[in-house]
Design a protein around this ligand. Structure first.
Ligand code: ADP
Ligand code: MG
Length: 696
């Protein structure tokens, strides 16, 4: 990667003869950007380009360049690549578009590129890329001219489009330090770049712009390590395409592509931002404020209105308004009229105006907030202006002094308002301080600092293993794989072999056998249609609950047969499932196999409203006990599970146990495509699966 990002010499294959306006001449842009390495334009038609000697072919270069950049028409890319390879070049950027990004022919050509590269141990960035940018050595392969940025940060970008690189002013807070546009990613991909930036001392934050994933597992595994050292922010676009395709199970339709990305990023400790504004604020916050060790925010304001906005924003971004330290309240209330009461948000305007103590009061309050053990970070709201009538409102020195006196590294986000531009640099010169355009952005920024702290502290999952009876499991697996499906008692039996409790029951094929079968079970009973013709039994009116006697049981059987006949005369009821009735909350537990990331486990509100409320949490397999608990605790319906309004809660331990066991099952049977337990009926004394469907 060094030769891509930090080359001592570059061959430019396909530089236009023309320079100046409208020429997109990358020798010219490279020179103007200030690159100080050796540039070798390759063009058989001219002697000089931008004052540089041009060479007719790669073979004529005076040295073997570290890097070749190819930007010829698509049909000439392969011969040029061949030329580079023959002359011993090991690193090539292919700017040209029209490959896998275009048509079938392009996709073929791209395959050819990969083949040539692999055979010759040559690494490729692109095709269809802007290439790389390295502001630390003023290197760019961009064909769009840009001024060398006045400021840039140790923030490195991995993108799937050049626009993110070019629009740095809008997206990156300060300019990127380094950037790689992987384009079509035919060879060098996210994981290669992540691995490089992880070890790069000039990179403090890694940003990934992602449209789709490649080598998902490798990327996640690496990211899980990197995020303990440096923040990794992912801006994944294309959320709206997330709908699951024609899923057969509930879990299939509830675990869309985007939800899987969410779960995957969370697992790896990646900070996902939802839009470009969040991206910019997250970079800004992490660059200047770093970590926030808890969610309790102190708010110091000179305007009550601003304080209320700050409180609202806390609610939106998961922070809490801290309880104020007593000492601070006493100190501030001293000597002020007794109609002034200090609370959080601390509104210091009335106190500060009395006797012109505004700046002093601000400093005392800010110092105390930063010092207080009950405050993890501070939001500060004050006006800044260059007006000669308000030099007493100048706050940069006050902030620096408060920070020194408090001696803490807690983050301080400021919303300076009125004439702010000139003040920002002065304020941000103090360590741990960042200024934002709005209160919401400031609080969002702090919430990112808190998220990153949590990421660094997170425990490695420690999933349990279970002893299971494989000789009993194998035949069921064989059946499922052959039929591509297990339902009814077979599916429930497989689950119970993994220790997931299932309602007791039996499958019966003749009406005459029902009463005998029932004698081994406890009333009330449930009778359901069985067999693959009835995938969703309720849609056939195929489930009858509350059966209290043998007589009712026979009646129920006749009703089921009638219900089927009414809908389809030709369909026979070959079998029914007789089951003990369970009482409690209906949950759904499920699995879905994702092509990139493997098995995803889900749980949520079950029963007939599952798809209406879509109250579901999702994690990658495997999960451990605390993650299983978190999955339940993050549900909107969680308060119902713990008991609400006089109703008893459910046996959470039993549900957590079932989740752990399902995760274990998924890791042992990775070829399951989708699995639903719907419902798992949970009561104060345990839980039972009463219906399951497993698809291969
Ligand atoms: P399907 O999902 O194929 O329609 P289910 O077996 O899930 O069929 O049954 C539909 C509904 O019937 C369940 O959501 C539940 O409310 C109820 N039910 C089914 N079996 C039982 C049982 N053993 N105990 C209590 N309720 C049950
Ligand atoms: Mg069901």
């Amino acid at each position: 990667m060094q030769k891509f990002i930090n080359p001592a010499s570059v061959a430019l294959v396909g530089v236009p003869r023309k320079t100046g306006n409208g020429s997109f001449n990358n020798a010219e842009t490279m020179l103007r950007y200030g690159y100080r390495g050796r540039i070798y334009p390759v063009n058989p038609h001219v002697g000089k380009i931008c004052g540089l000697t041009a060479y007719a072919a790669m073979a004529e270069l005076p040295e073997q360049a570290d890097l070749a950049v190819i930007s010829v028409g698509r049909d000439r890319v392969l011969p040029m690549l061949d030329d580079c390879i023959r002359s011993g070049i090991k690193r090539v950027i292919i700017i040209t578009q029209g490959f896998a990004d275009a048509d079938a022919k392009g996709a073929e050509l791209q395959k050819e590129i990969v083949k040539m590269a692999r055979q010759n141990a040559v690494r490729i960035i692109g095709p269809n890329t802007m290439g790389v940018l390295n502001n630390f050595n003023r290197f760019t392969t961009s064909f769009v001219d840009a001024d060398f940025p006045e400021r840039f940060s140790p923030v490195s970008l991995i993108a799937q489009s050049g626009v993110i690189q070019v629009a740095a002013k809008n997206l990156a807070w300060n300019h990127w330090g380094k950037a790689i546009d992987i384009g079509n990613g035919c060879d060098i991909d996210f994981t290669d770049c992540l691995s490089y930036f992880a070890g790069d001392p000039e990179t403090k934050i890694i940003v990934v712009h992602m449209e789709g994933m490649m080598r998902g597992n490798a990327f996640l595994k690496l990211a899980a390590e990197v995020t303990r050292q440096k923040p990794v922010i992912v801006f994944k676009t294309g959320r709206s395409r997330a709908g699951a395709k024609a899923a057969l199970s509930h879990t299939g339709s509830l675990v869309g592509e985007d939800a899987v990305f969410d779960a995957a990023f969370r697992r790896a400790g990646i900070i996902r931002v939802r839009n470009a504004s969040e991206l910019k604020d997250a970079i800004h916050a992490l660059m200047l404020m770093k970590e926030m060790k808890g969610r309790r925010l102190g708010i110091l304001t000179v305007t009550g209105a601003g304080g209320i906005m700050g409180v609202d924003a806390c609610e939106d971004y998961g922070l809490e308004v801290a309880a104020l330290p007593n000492g601070l309240i006493k100190e501030l209330e001293e000597g002020v009229p007794d109609w002034i009461h200090v609370t959080n948000p601390v509104d210091i305007w009335p106190i500060g105006m009395i006797g012109g103590r505004y700046r002093d009061v601000s400093r005392i309050a800010l110092t105390e907030l930063l010092k207080s053990p009950s405050v993890d970070g501070v939001l500060s709201i004050f006006p800044t202006t260059d007006s000669p009538l308000h030099t007493d409102l100048e706050m940069a020195d006050m902030v620096a002094q408060a920070r020194r006196e408090a001696g803490s590294g807690k983050p301080l986000a400021i919303w300076p308002y009125v004439d702010v531009v000139s003040a920002i640099d002065r304020l941000e010169a103090t360590e741990g301080v960042a200024c934002f355009d709005t209160i919401e952005q400031a609080v969002f920024g702090l919430s990112v600092c808190y998220r990153y702290y949590r990421i660094r502290q997170r425990a490695t999952p420690n999933p349990r293993s279970f002893d299971v009876d494989w000789p009993a499991i194998e035949p069921l697996l064989a059946e499922g794989r052959a039929q591509k499906l297990l339902t009814g008692d077979a599916a429930l039996t497989l689950l119970s072999l993994f220790g997931i409790p299932a309602a007791r029951g039996v499958t019966v094929t003749r009406r005459e056998a029902l009463l005998k079968a029932a004698s081994a079970l406890r009333f009330p009973l449930v009778l359901k249609l069985a067999g693959r013709a009835f995938l969703h039994k309720s849609e056939w009116d195929g489930v009858i609950t509350g059966i209290k006697s043998g007589e009712e049981l026979l009646q129920a059987f006749d009703t089921l047969v009638e219900n089927v006949q009414r809908r389809n005369r030709d369909l026979a009821v070959d079998a029914v499932q007789l089951q003990e009735e369970a009482a409690g909350w209906e949950l759904i537990l499920g699995l879905k196999r994702d092509a990139q990331f493997g098995q995803v486990i889900a749980c949520g509100l079950g029963g007939i409203y599952t798809e209406v409320f879509r109250d579901i949490s999702r994690e990658l397999v495997p999960i451990d006990r605390s993650m299983a608990f978190e999955m339940l605790a993050s549900l909107k319906t969680y308060p119902l599970l713990t008991g609400a309004r006089g109703k008893a809660g459910v046996d959470l331990d039993a549900v957590i146990d079932a989740l752990e066991r399902l995760s274990y099952l998924a890791s042992k049977i990775p070829d399951i495509a989708e699995l639903d337990i719907n419902p798992l009926i949970a009561s104060p004394t345990g839980c039972q699966a009463v219906d399951a469907r497993i698809l291969w």
